[in-house]
Design a protein around this ligand. Structure first.
Ligand code: AMP
Length: 191
């Protein structure tokens, strides 16, 4: 089973993906994590995307499609969870082609629906927690980048809701509530 978790920044995609990995032996493909890794390891690509990410804008389709292509050629175990990908219609089309090429299917698209106010609270809370724990907040977890990230979501990513709805693949889940409540709703959507 391959699924997409769709939703704005702070909707809980990463948290829910991690739970699906633990319980269903699925593989989480987070393009955000892959890009942050590229930055930490100092690759050319990592250096190229750093400023764009910190501002909260989207990196090019070509880069993220390349990252996903590599992973789809590997072992699929219990299936892939696409977390933070696709984020544009071009990425969604590319994903459909890649799945055909690798003889796989897209089984569900789960939208996590959350109010903007909750997103801002969650993300600024996540930054404060990271600092309180002695670490560093994500460079893009600040109010200014967050505004850009939300706008990128509404302008570039939210059209995917209509796209997958039209394909009959969209399941919408209430992303408010506790982690376990959201997890239970996703479980229902996938059954
Ligand atoms: P995330 O961890 O999913 O919030 O992603 C962090 C940042 O990485 C985003 O704000 C973008 O700059 C970049 N990014 C992650 N995934 C994508 C994607 N599918 N398309 C374009 N940019 C992405």
């Amino acid at each position: 089973m391959n699924i997409i978790l769709l939703g704005p920044p702070g909707a809980g995609k990463g948290t829910q993906a991690a739970m699906l990995v633990d319980e269903r032996n699925m593989i989480q493909l987070s393009t955000g994590d892959m890009l942050r890794e590229a930055r930490t390891s100092g690759t050319e690509m990592g250096k190229m995307v750093a400023g764009v990410m910190d501002r909260g804008e989207l990196v090019t389709d070509e880069i993220v499609i390349g990252l996903i292509r590599e992973k789809l050629e590997g072992d699929a175990k219990g299936g892939f969870i696409f977390d933070g990908f696709p984020r544009t219609l071009a990425q969604a089309d590319a994903l459909a082609e890649l799945l055909v090429e690798t003889n796989q299917t897209l089984d569900y698209v789960v939208e996590l629906a959350v109010d903007d106010e909750v997103l801002v609270e969650r993300i600024l809370g996540r930054a404060a927690e990271a600092v309180a724990a002695g670490g560093e907040a994500r460079a893009d977890d600040n109010e200014e980048s967050l505004k850009v990230r939300l706008m990128a979501y509404y302008k570039q990513t939210s059209p995917l809701i209509g796209y997958y709805h039209a394909k009959g693949q969209l399941q919408s889940v209430d992303g408010l509530g506790t982690m376990d409540e959201v997890k239970a709703s996703i479980g229902k959507a996938l059954s």
